[in-house]
Design a protein around this ligand. Structure first.
Ligand code: ATP
Ligand code: MG
Length: 371
């Protein structure tokens, strides 16, 4: 016989209680954030020994406010003017300087663009008394106009539109880390990908919508061209002023959904477990309706590419999430065939648990269990 479940309000109380506990555990303290800020300043000084006019700029979750206690520090060393002839010149010099300063460094050889990883692997000889040496850092190389800063700002703006987005992100990130489906080097999805999945759910799936698509509105007259088009041609405009968001709140009805986090999380996991068509759909938060198809985008078989530095890489479309600005870029191209299977398995598992199909206690005890 089917198990008797408590009334829905009581079920939601449990989910909210568990969510609150894990969200609290995932939220970095003021001190954690202060240490990251100091570390950024230390690293910037070292970068400027290599290129005095460059600046080290923050993006990713520490900038957007979606950081957890485990989050890395995402940085780009920005130089003005034309890109350098040899994109590896500054990174190689910087690697040396960072090693001299006692940082544990890994330079990734097979990436599209140079990336230096600081403190990413535990070094047994490392001074563990220095908390800064325990924070993982990614240093990329680029320009202040890079889309990474734009998409970070877009996420930050969505977070301002509705206070439920941030806790949902922290919950899903914690879950994906514990279930080991948040690792781009091991064939699964980046945190950025999970955030886009949540935003799509909140704009296009949940009824009434919690968020309004900030990119699909008419561009106000007189908007400077630099706000509309990126130098590489991408459309980068979206509603971003606080005033405009209030207007959206009034006109788009983004405040009329009063569901709590528990109910939204249930719906989120259920959507990706049941309704989203992984083989056909492309998540596209910029698009009205939020979905395109792989056929429409011609995102079918894997493509081998090589970049200026003759580095080969593969674009895969087993799972498809379109970048909100660079629309030829599949955010989930890092997902392997087994990676997608595992992600789907985990959504099914999570959906069953959060609906208490194995009872309330199973949800409490095993939802965040380490895989
Ligand atoms: P975490 O807290 O786990 O570090 P995060 O929000 O910083 O999460 P990351 O996945 O580290 O997310 O991504 C940081 C930034 O890197 C994103 O804001 C985005 O600009 C960029 N990014 C991440 N993954 C991709 C990707 N697959 N393609 C393009 N840009 C990406
Ligand atoms: Mg990050």
């Amino acid at each position: 016989a089917p198990r008797q479940l408590p009334p829905i309000e009581d079920q939601l109380k449990v989910i909210n209680e568990v969510a609150e506990k894990y969200i609290k555990a995932a939220t970095p303290s003021e001190e954690d954030l202060a240490i990251r800020k100091e570390l950024k300043e230390d690293l910037e000084k070292i970068c400027q020994q290599v290129s005095p006019n460059g600046t080290l700029e923050l993006f990713g979750s520490v900038a957007s406010g979606f950081a957890t206690v485990n989050s890395d520090l995402d940085l780009i060393f920005c130089e003005d003017g034309e890109p350098r002839e040899d994109p590896f010149e500054v990174p190689i010099k910087l690697t040396e300087k960072l090693k001299q300063a006692g940082f544990n460094i890994l330079m990734l050889p097979k990436t599209r663009v140079p990336i230096i990883k600081v403190n990413s692997t535990p070094d047994p000889n490392q001074d563990t008394s220095d908390p800064k040496k325990a924070i993982a850092v990614d240093i990329g190389f680029g320009h202040k106009s890079d889309l990474a800063f734009r998409n970070t700002e877009l996420l930050q703006t969505y977070a301002k539109c509705d206070a439920r987005l941030k806790p949902m992100v922290l919950f899903v990130k914690w879950w994906s880390k514990m279930r080991k489906i948040n690792n781009t080097y091991r064939g699964t999805l980046s945190s950025y990908g999970y955030v886009l999945m949540i935003i799509h759910y909140l704009i296009n799936i949940v009824k009434p919508p919690v968020l309004v698509n900030l990119q699909s509105w008419g561009i106000p007259e007189g908007t400077p061209e630099s706000e509309v088009r990126h130098k590489d041609g991408w459309n980068i405009w979206y509603w971003k002023e606080h005033k405009e968001q209030e207007l959206l709140a009034q006109n788009g009805g983004i405040t009329s959904n009063k569901a709590d986090i528990g109910l939204l999380l249930r719906g989120f996991f259920e959507y990706y477990a049941k309704d989203f068509e992984w083989n056909h759909h492309v998540i596209s938060i910029r698009t009205k309706g939020g979905l395109l198809t792989k056929v429409e985008k011609d995102w079918k078989s894997a493509i081998h590419r090589s970049n200026k530095a003759e580095v080969e890489y593969k674009d895969r479309y087993l799972f498809a999430i379109e970048d909100p600005f660079e629309t030829t870029h599949n955010i989930s191209r890092t997902c392997s065939s087994t990676g997608v299977k595992r992600i789907r398995f985990e959504f099914n598992r999570a959906s069953r648990l959060i609906h208490f199909f194995s009872g309330e206690q199973a949800f409490r005890d095993t939802f965040f269990e380490e895989a």
